[in-house]
Design a protein around this ligand. Structure first.
Ligand code: NDP
Ligand code: OXD
Length: 307
């Protein structure tokens, strides 16, 4: 019985070391050196080549190395019948919350603008926003951690999810009608949804038309939530004052993409919250042990629902 690490576009060294540390007797294989493919029962995967998972006839469990599973849903040949799990990690939650706070404060305190003034040696004080409402789309593990941090900073926070929730300090809403009702009140909209058929393209012209004039967008879920041309139009007509984007429909973002030169768009290269191999190895090893002993796995994903 073997555990395969299948992460073609990531350096797996730290994860492999941490997994060995968490479970020294594990038969660990690192793609593309898979050995006898019949041995592989558990795979930790990130952006696997489509079709690759079908090579392992005895595969029982696939664990995402990250919080999301859209990279599995994108593969039309993703093996039916495997149990899919993901990592749920306090480090991911804290890092995401910090990133969003940082993006909101940088926007409210004109951080990028001052950076540009420095290049011109210009001393130009500006007033800044002390209050305002932040609307968080998605109240999952990351959304809740973020909403809590923002609320603890004294911000007005509204959170949108599918099922209704109660969170101290956060006004929780559900459904499109309540979302539409809340959009005109938000100075900042943060998208932390998973990518599913329901959420793809959710940040489009129709939704931007409901934004409060001059609102700011922080997009950290997935690039395909955003209709890119609609964002450019909404920035051009002043509906949005700017956007901080960490995720893109095509990653890396092509060098000739109009976002790069846009003065109101801040770009980070999908780093809002990076999986820390040292902190997730134990839960991956735990799920491997659970699979081996026929126990219920942790952090199972409902692929039918898409997250
Ligand atoms: P979860 O699965 O824990 O939560 C998803 C949330 O989205 C839930 O609150 C869910 O509602 C809500 N949701 C899903 N579909 C809808 C819908 N149609 N309408 C309204 N709400 C909906 O996800 P995480 O918080 O762990 O992660 C969120 C996403 O963040 C990931 O899927 C990934 O795409 C992205 N991410 C980005 C990273 C980065 O570095 N940029 C790093 C890690 C993750 P309900 O609670 O009712 O089910
Ligand atoms: C994730 C990510 O989903 O890094 O974990 O985007």
């Amino acid at each position: 019985m073997a555990l395969l690490v299948l992460m073609p576009d990531r350096d797996a060294t730290d994860l492999v070391a941490a997994l060995r540390n968490a479970q020294s007797d594990v038969d660990l294989r690192v793609w593309p050196e898979c050995g006898d493919v019949a041995d592989v029962k558990f795979a930790v995967s990130w952006n696997h080549p489509h079709g690759e998972l079908l090579r392992f006839p005895n595969l029982e469990v696939v664990s995402s190395f990250g919080a999301a599973v859209d990279h599995f849903l994108d593969d039309p040949s993703y093996p039916a019948g495997v149990v899919t799990v993901r990592v749920v990690d306090p480090d991911l939650e804290r890092d995401m919350a910090e990133y969003v706070l940082c993006a909101i404060l940088a926007h409210r305190r004109h951080w990028t603008w001052y950076h540009d003034r420095k290049k011109e040696a210009q001393w130009k004080p500006r007033s800044y926003t002390r209050s305002g409402t932040v609307l968080v789309l998605g109240l999952g593990r990351l959304g809740v951690a973020t909403a809590r941090l923002l609320a603890s900073m004294g911000m007005e926070v509204i959170g949108w999810s599918r099922a209704s929730k109660e969170l101290p300090g956060v006004r929780c809403i559900v459904g499109r009608a309540e979302l539409h009702g809340a959009l005109p009140y938000a100075d900042v909209v943060v998208c932390m949804l998973p990518l599913t058929p329901d959420t793809a393209g959710i940040l489009d012209a129709e939704v931007f038309a409901r934004f409060r004039r001059g609102a700011y967008l922080v997009s950290v879920g997935r690039g395909r939530h955003l209709v890119e041309s609609d964002l450019l139009d909404a920035l051009a007509d002043g509906r949005l004052s700017g956007a901080c984007l960490d995720v893109f429909a095509t990653e890396p973002l092509p060098s000739d993409h109009p976002f790069w030169d846009h003065p109101a768009i801040t770009i980070t290269p999908h780093v809002a919250s990076l999986t820390n191999p040292a902190s997730v190895a134990e839960q991956i090893a735990d799920n491997y042990r659970r699979m081996s002993s026929g126990e219920e796995l942790l952090n199972r994903v409902d692929l039918g629902r898409g997250y």
